[in-house]
Design a protein around this ligand. Sequence first.
Ligand code: 13P
Ligand code: SF4
Length: 320
Amino acid sequence: MTLDITHRLDGVLPDVEIAAIAPTIAEIEALKDQRNAVVLAHNYMTPDIFHGVADVRGDSLALARRAADTDADVIVMAGVHFMAETAKIVNPNKTVLIPDLEAGCSLADSITPADVRLLRERYPDTPVVTYVNTSAAVKAECDITCTSSNALEVVESLGTDRVIFLPDRYLGRWVASQTDVEIVLWHGSCEVHERFTGAELAGYRRTHPGIRIIAHPECPPDVLAEADFVGSTSGMIDWVHTERPRQVVMVTECSMADNVAVEAPATEFVRPCNLCPHMKRITLAGIRDALRDLRHEVVVDPRIAVRARRAVDRMLAVGR
Ligand code: 13P
Ligand code: SF4
């Protein structure tokens, strides 16, 4: 087991760090076997988690799909709370754990179910698309969910002239720029991505001639205007593997560059570092404790879960 762990993390972390975390990883692997558990890890997890203990790695859409497909009894979400809730919504009879209940999201915090009901009154007969970065209670009020990798497809799948899109105003504006469907926006934003500026990126172009810039659609419009590619976290990773740029800036949470750099040694990653404080609450020790003590169990009121599931299932059917 220790040899296997060392091999997995070789080139990812310094040897001393691998030696320090190997016992915790070994405990996690043993607990996964004992509990028939899987660890689903978002692309923003730190390299010790991403390369060390994740069974499934991906963006929000991939994690939702894999959560729906797994035959494990226990799912540990190495990500934020809305991701764990989504896993629970599609697996009402499984145990879903999140290592830290405080791992939230500024987008999910920006809107309540009452807000959605008011929007529906204001725009009758207009379908409501919600980004998955929302609570289960908000999803329950909406017609369909989407992620950053399928937002345009989901909006166009509804076949209407207008949709309400919430809660991320920047992702909504990005979708609006790609379609003829009229988009009614909410005012939410991601506290990590809204900090990037177009001027900062123009500065990288001046100091690093030839650099490629790729950005997440939660960024403001002036940032997206500077980008060579806009996509979900997994979309950005795939782009790096396909394009193999000499130098790149990934305009997103900065742990992701650490994870991808290991797999793309020919590319130099220039790293503005904005960390998501919520994602960073998830640690190896927290994952070990979650599996050992079966905590913190994510519970969704079954009446809400049934309604939220309709919106999630409808999204999962798009593009299948
Ligand atoms: P992705 O679905 O692109 O992974 O985005 C999730 C997220 O929270 C980005 O900040
Ligand atoms: Fe939410 Fe932004 Fe953190 Fe993603 S990076 S979980 S959108 S706060």
